[in-house]
Design a protein around this ligand. Structure first.
Ligand code: GLP
Length: 242
């Protein structure tokens, strides 16, 4: 595992953006697995500025997001679709048809999962999967469980996950109880996995994910089995390395 610790958030975001833009420069038709949450926002900001400098173009790239809240239409202010447009897609030259995010308001979510898996399969394995990390070790919305699911599926969000995400909603009641997420199989199939975590509050779960036993109780611990895992941490999240 390639673990990199950064002194400032700025240098971390920049380094992560450089890996992602480098992937697209090397292969303009790259397939990127993208993430939401507060962690990647600064990375997207840097990617936009790399794009604006003319260093990279996303015109031929394809993206697949990890997950989406069940029940939220794409235009909902807290949908991950809106998030991705606001923080990234509206500012780069990606072709809208090459953007993929599960449809949280699809009438049949199981059918939506099958549709999404078929699209991913047709696109081939991701050149890079960007990941944040939930406080309970979830990646995408693959929550701790007795067994993890390889394919896309509908998941009941854990109470702690809903609480952590409640800050974006008017009240806890409005936080969706379910989500659609790609499975652990699709994440592990990516050629490169870039896991990013920042802050004191992630220190414990980062240690469990990288140094603890490989267990479905901490889905991120399965990343230890990935041949090309790159981890970028700030000092606070990477405290266990000292
Ligand atoms: C959400 C997302 C995850 C993300 C996690 C951590 O639950 N589904 O993809 O990694 O939150 O979020 P944050 O980066 O805000 O800590």
């Amino acid at each position: 595992v390639n673990i990199q610790i950064f002194d400032t958030e700025e240098t971390l975001n920049e380094a992560a953006a450089v890996i992602i833009s480098g992937t697209v420069q090397t292969n303009p038709k790259a397939v990127l697995g993208l993430a939401t949450g507060s962690t990647p926002i600064g990375i997207y900001k840097h990617l936009i500025s790399i794009y604006q400098k003319g260093i990279v173009s996303f015109r031929h790239a394809m993206t697949f997001n990890l997950d989406e809240y069940a029940g939220l239409p794409p235009g909902h202010p807290e949908s991950y679709y809106t998030f991705m447009r606001t923080y990234f897609f509206d500012h780069i030259d990606i072709v809208p048809g090459n953007i993929h995010i599960p449809k949280g308001n699809a009438p049949d979510l199981d059918a939506e999962c099958v549709r999404y898996d078929k699209l991913m399969e047709a696109a081939g394995s991701f050149d890079l999967q960007l990941l944040g990390l939930g406080h309970n070790g979830h990646i995408g919305f693959n929550e701790p469980a007795h067994a993890l699911i390889q394919q896309s599926h509908v998941v009941a969000l854990r109470e702690e996950t809903r609480r952590a995400n409640a800050r974006f909603f008017a009240s806890m009641d409005e936080v969706p109880k379910q989500a659609v997420t790609i499975g652990i199989g699709s994440i592990l199939k990516a050629k490169v996995v870039l896991l990013v975590a920042k802050g004191e509050d992630k220190a414990d779960i980062v240690r469990r994910a990288l140094r603890g036993p490989i267990t479905t109780d901490c889905p991120a611990s399965l990343l230890q089995t990935h041949p090309r895992l790159v981890v970028m941490l700030d000092r606070a999240a990477g405290r266990f390395m000292e």
